[in-house]
Structures are given as C-alpha cells and as structure tokens.
Ligand binder design. Structure first.
Ligand SMILES: [Zn+2]
Length: 128
C-alpha cells in the first residue's frame, strides 16, 4: 500500500496530543528524543523528512510561527513533554532558558554550588 500524505501537519499534531484543560500540561503521546522532548516527523521524501520538537510544532499550530535559533520555544511549566501552547509555551531565547534553569536551581550557581563550597571560586566567596 502506498503511503499517502493526505493529512495536514496540524491534524497529525492533534492526534498525538493528550489535550486537557488550558491550565494543565498537555502530554505528548508521540515519540520522544532521549532528552525528554517530544518530536514528530514533518516533510515528505528522503531529503525533506525530518523530526522537529513537538513543542516547536505546537507553537506553530498555536501561533503560526516557526521559531528558529537563537529564538526558541520555551516551556513555562518546565515540562519537556508538554505541548500546551495556550498557556505553557512562549517565545524566548536560549539565554532565557539558561536563566530559567538558574532560577529553578538546575544549574550550578552561587553559594550552593559545590565548587563554591570547596573554595574553587574565590572571587565569588569574596563577593558573598
Ligand atoms: Zn505544561
């Protein structure tokens, strides 16, 4: 049977979303990258067919815009699996992402960082 690409990307997207209330996370039901982000195939043929992050597709479905680096689609809910573009996805930069990570304590920083505690960053010690 010949594969027919007769459905739009938007239709295929919704097939793979567990759509819930606007203030909840919408889990991605499709495949995931190793890093936890969902993904789906776009394009057809050997050269065009590729995967894109599900939340990037979500942003496009919601806002009609493909965000390309250094502009990225960001999660306000910190849930990589989430594609809730109504409330949880916003446009941002990679720098914003880093800043968020710091604020949420995922990145080493400040007095709690082991290197600080072990005296490797003396200039931070002096400033503290
Ligand atoms: Zn979410």
């Amino acid at each position: 049977m010949k594969w027919k690409q007769n459905r739009t990307l938007t239709e295929r997207f919704w097939d793979l979303v567990d759509r819930r209330a606007d203030n909840e996370c919408w889990p991605w039901l499709g495949s995931h990258y190793n890093n936890g982000y969902g993904h789906m195939y776009v394009g057809t043929g050997r050269t065009n067919r590729r995967t894109v992050p599900a939340h990037k597709v979500a942003y496009w479905v919601g806002f009609g815009e493909w965000l390309e680096a250094p502009i990225v689609t960001r999660h306000t809910c910190d849930n990589r699996d989430c594609v809730n573009f109504v409330n949880h996805l916003i446009k941002g930069s990679k720098k914003d992402n880093m800043q968020d990570a710091v604020e949420r304590g995922r990145m080493p920083h400040g007095k709690n960082h082991y290197a600080f505690k072990h005296g490797k960053y003396s200039k931070y010690k002096e400033a503290a």
